[in-house]
Design a protein around this ligand. Structure first.
Ligand SMILES: [Zn+2]
Length: 433
């Protein structure tokens, strides 16, 4: 039995954890904190219990009522209103679901550092009426996508000014932050800014602007075709990188930005990995050998990331953990044991313990309903060591997987030519360029 069984009942309370030998800092490789804040109105500084309570009136329908409630927001009116066109109900399994992440919960869970994303896309997949509901990440033009992404950047900068997080974008800052957490001398969550889908970079020259504001890594696409590359939902015939994508990779390497290979189509992955000369990683990906599908990485892709010194962050989304026929897979069928299996597989493929970490993606468009059964909140990561231990991982291995691999990666990466001198980046409000 786990030492934290029943933890869900204590979500939002003060530290309920005993002091196990695995009580070490955690690094989560993928959290969409700002998207949840600006898209779903989830103030990340509130306790998790309060965020859930605020969403209670609309969370009664199969765990996805919050999305349904948003989709029937004030602009579209109730479905029965004569003369209005109701917004369609969200597809099964899509939507925010029950919240599992916020800053107090991260601190309670001992999550010392995260990759905090800026996530917006360019596209016209929805009509203007639906796009009034800003929970979706799509905007009609690169300029609008850029502006929306700046809102997410501004949110992280405000959180830092208010002492809620600390932005880390230099090797010494990352090393010192981690050392303080290890010593029990810090409780602020450190964030490394990543962009998920590069659409918010409205042209290649703009990449310098983002770099100066602390952006450390980015992925070229989300699931569909972006300005820069075909994503994992694109057919192979849809091509790989665009010319802009190839140019962006050159400038990324010059500026010292790392490349997140998550979400690329196989063809895009091959070309990007082949062309890019800087550091590569996958912030949130699982193993295709265990769960078929283009969203997961092949063994060859995992091997390439490992060979280049990168890290793959394993995702806690049940869709990506199980081959269950049921879609979505029943929560009761999926355990952190499945997460440990993906971690183990990455170690087998790379022949090393050094190229795997956590990239939970919790609240990344799904909620508690679609994560392993033991996980009531982000603090459920504390249960992972027990499963890893059962698979034979040593305490030293577990420390690496929970955080040290990501920390080592960024220390190496940020020591490069693109190291910034201004922790936290420049404030967007006083830029003259
Ligand atoms: Zn993603």
């Amino acid at each position: 039995m786990s030492y934290l069984v029943g933890m869900g009942d204590t979500a939002g309370l003060e530290n309920p954890f005993p002091a196990p030998r695995w009580n070490v800092p955690i690094f989560d490789g993928h959290l969409d904190l700002a998207w949840n804040a600006l898209g779903y109105g989830r103030d990340q500084t509130l306790p998790l219990a309060e965020i859930r309570m605020r969403e209670m009136p609309t969370t009664s329908e199969n765990g996805r009522g919050a999305a349904a409630g948003l989709a029937r927001g004030r602009d579209s009116g109730p479905a029965s209103t004569p003369g209005t066109t109701p917004a369609p109900a969200p597809a099964p399994g899509i939507g925010p679901g029950t919240a599992t992440v916020c800053l107090p919960e991260l601190r309670r869970a001992g999550v010392a550092m995260v990759h905090a994303t800026i996530f917006q896309r360019t596209g016209n997949r929805k009509g203007p009426r639906e796009m009034l509901l800003r929970a979706d990440p799509d905007f009609a033009s690169p300029a609008l996508t850029h502006a929306a992404a700046c809102g997410q950047l501004a949110y992280y900068q405000l959180l830092e000014r208010r002492g809620e997080v600390v932005c880390l974008n230099s090797a010494p800052a990352v090393a010192e932050h981690w050392r303080q957490w290890q010593a029990g001398a810090a409780d602020l969550v450190g964030i490394i800014l990543l962009m998920e889908c590069a659409d918010a970079i409205s042209d290649v020259e703009e990449l310098d602007w983002w770099r100066r504001r602390g952006l450390c890594g980015l992925s070229l696409s989300h699931v569909q075709r972006s300005t820069y590359a075909a994503g994992n939902d694109c057919p192979e015939s849809d091509g790989g990188l665009t010319d802009a994508g190839r140019q962006l990779l050159v400038r990324m390497a010059e500026l010292g930005l790392a490349l997140d290979l998550s979400h690329l189509s196989d063809r895009s992955f091959e070309e990007a990995e082949d062309r890019f000369e800087g550091w590569v990683y996958a912030s949130h990906c699982n193993c295709r050998r265990l769960v078929p599908g283009p969203r997961q990485l092949t063994d060859r892709q995992i091997g390439r990331i490992g060979a280049r010194g990168g890290v793959v962050g394993v995702v806690l989304c049940n869709f990506m953990l199980s081959t269950s026929e049921a879609k979505p897979p029943a929560r009761d069928l999926i355990s952190l044991r499945h997460v440990a299996e993906h971690i183990d597989h990455i170690c087998q493929v790379t022949g090393s313990i050094e190229h795997v970490g956590v990239g939970s993606d919790l609240d990344g468009g799904f909620g508690r309903e679609h994560v392993p059964r033991e996980v009531e909140s982000i603090a459920g990561l504390r249960l992972l060591p027990e499963w890893l231990n059962k698979r034979g991982f040593t305490d030293r291995d577990i420390r690496r997987i929970l955080g040290e691999n990501w920390v080592s990666f960024w220390i190496r990466c940020l020591e490069g030519p693109g190291e910034l001198t201004s922790p936290g980046g420049d404030d967007i409000s006083n830029q003259a360029d």
